[in-house]
Design a protein around this ligand. Sequence first.
Ligand SMILES: [Zn+2]
Length: 458
Amino acid sequence: MAGRSNPSADAAAADKASTAGEAAPVAAGQVHADATRIGAMLAEIARIGPDATGGGISRISFTKDERTAHDLVSGWLKALGFTIKVDAIGNTIAERPGTVPGAPAIGVGSHLDSVPHGGRFDGIVGVVGAVEMARLFVENGVATRHPLRIVIFAGEEGARFGEPCVGSKAVAGNLGNRDLALMKDASGISLADALRAIGFDPRTVPTARWKPSEWAAFLELHIEQARVLEMTETPIGLVDTVSGSTRLRVELTGRADHSGGTPMDVRADALAAAAEVVLAAESLAKDSRNRGARLTVGRLDVHPNSITTIPGRVRFTIDVRDVDSDRQRQLAVEIVRRTRVLADRRGIGVETELIADTSPVVLPIWIREQSSKVCEELGIKYRVMTSGAGHDSQVVNAIVPAGMVFVPSKDGLSHVPGEWTSASDVARGVEVLYALANRLDGLLASLEGMEAGSSSAA
Ligand SMILES: [Zn+2]
């Protein structure tokens, strides 16, 4: 790698031109994230959008609850001296200027929405972690050459509209006005209408697009959502590859009829056919040649859903995830083919629709190498790992080099009320994030030929 950076020396130089404070800058390994503060922030956000029953969180994308959470965190960042902007799709971007005018930003963030009946940590940890990291910079009077931008992406969870990472797709330029009208939730509300209902103008969404020249790097802290870190007693995971997902909506149409009057051999039971598809999906993913792939039927709507009527119509979703892009699409094609064969045999009609498709992404090796060095310097055990879940980072990586840091998930649980990560585990992640942001600030400045601490290079 080009020239080892020295975060503390960089920060010392940068501090000369800083307005952030008089205090001496503090080297990465000497600052400590505050677990109590982190726990308090997590608890406060968890008060927004709680489930009426079950103890989980339903802070659904593009709702008032999601906006309330963004506003709460914006308030914290504003108090730290950040300027706040909300873009056309609802992403919140808070900025603290760097000491070199016009330098591209180092972004850090995640999301605040949840799946229905989800937990308190998925996405939230990355936002709370970014706020705590911001506090470490501010409280220690450490300036950066690059602006720091804390980003809270809107609508990361795809549970409502089928499409995940909507906010990050908008900044990456992967979301058109047509998509906003076509994406509908279970009650038929389009994303465009959902945006209007919370005070946004969907026609302006293209303005949310980021200019690659304005971004130097993006970092995301996230819970692992699996149990590898916990089982191996490793506090930090550094992500090399993020899984992609292909999502399908399937509708099987049979014939609704009386459950008592209709003999078994003349039925066209859409649910019995759907059951075969669910099992076929499971065995396809378990086949050894597909090791690493994951297929899930997570939603099944049965019509008329009555105890005394043969199901005439079933709609369901299929979610195909893989770190191998070709295999991901081949599996999606294969499950559609099998669905047709299974349904044909029963005289059931089939309609399928592709509702979302995101490619797996290999994150830049150089950021991961810098992350490894940071962990080694801090004396923190880490492992390099893939992410089975999708993330905003894989989307923005198309325009800004992105890195991801994982902290352990208790029992590997996620997307359920039992999701849990200790505040001290998050604090360790924040310390890695802080040191990494410092390190990248120094390294990128030397690569970009920035004059150390210069404030006149306009
Ligand atoms: Zn997430």
